[in-house]
Design a protein around this ligand. Sequence first.
Ligand SMILES: Cc1ncc(COP(=O)(O)OP(=O)(O)O)c(N)n1
Ligand SMILES: Cc1nc(C(=O)O)sc1CCOP(=O)(O)O
Ligand SMILES: [Mg+2]
Length: 212
Amino acid sequence: MKISEMLRVYFIMGSNNCTGDPLEVLESALKGGITLFQLREKGANAKTGKKKKELALKMKELCHRYEVPFVVNDDVSLALEIEADGIHVGQDDEPVSEIKEKCPERMIIGVSATNGQEAVEAVKDGADYIGVGPIFSTDTKVDAKKPIGLEGVSRIRKLVGDIPMVAIGGIKAVHASDIIDAGADGVSVITAISAAASPEAAAREIKEKIGE
Ligand SMILES: Cc1ncc(COP(=O)(O)OP(=O)(O)O)c(N)n1
Ligand SMILES: Cc1nc(C(=O)O)sc1CCOP(=O)(O)O
Ligand SMILES: [Mg+2]
């Protein structure tokens, strides 16, 4: 599958983003048709490497059962240790050049960009895809920058050519088709799926709105 296709319904979650069992939430989202998953563990588990690794391994297995690639946020060592399918890093994380030296070619490298300059740099550095945002305001990321809106998505798309690009930040199902029309290949969400009464139905709704 092409990376641009993997990005269509990109679900991100850590154990702090759901009240129930994160594995149950993930399986429900997988049943609803998510196309990529990222473990972004910022909760209590983030502090104890053993628990985080256990959760990551279980999530990877679960994703693979549904033939969905598994990405680790921030933690390059963990991604290598558990042979994840990808790693996602932001502007304050490990630089792409260093990641490329350590990681096998098959590993997908995603980089966050909050403006055009960062996006262009990420492409030059060799990112496989970029995550642009926040599109709308969000309470999920405490250090999120000012929202760039749909206009920001269109502007960045014009600057970066055809690199796979996903939009993130405050996105709900109702925004999905506008975000694709603005030039993103897909939408990336935390709350819209992790906090839904039915993550399966929430993922399915986003997928339908994207037209997949
Ligand atoms: C797909 C995607 N896009 C952006 C981010 C944000 O990454 P980062 O800026 O490193 O912030 P944290 O997620 O580490 O708080 C992402 N994780 N995924
Ligand atoms: C993890 C993350 N990164 C962002 C960025 O702008 O780079 S916004 C964000 C939070 C996304 O969560 P929700 O879908 O609940 O708004
Ligand atoms: Mg990060």
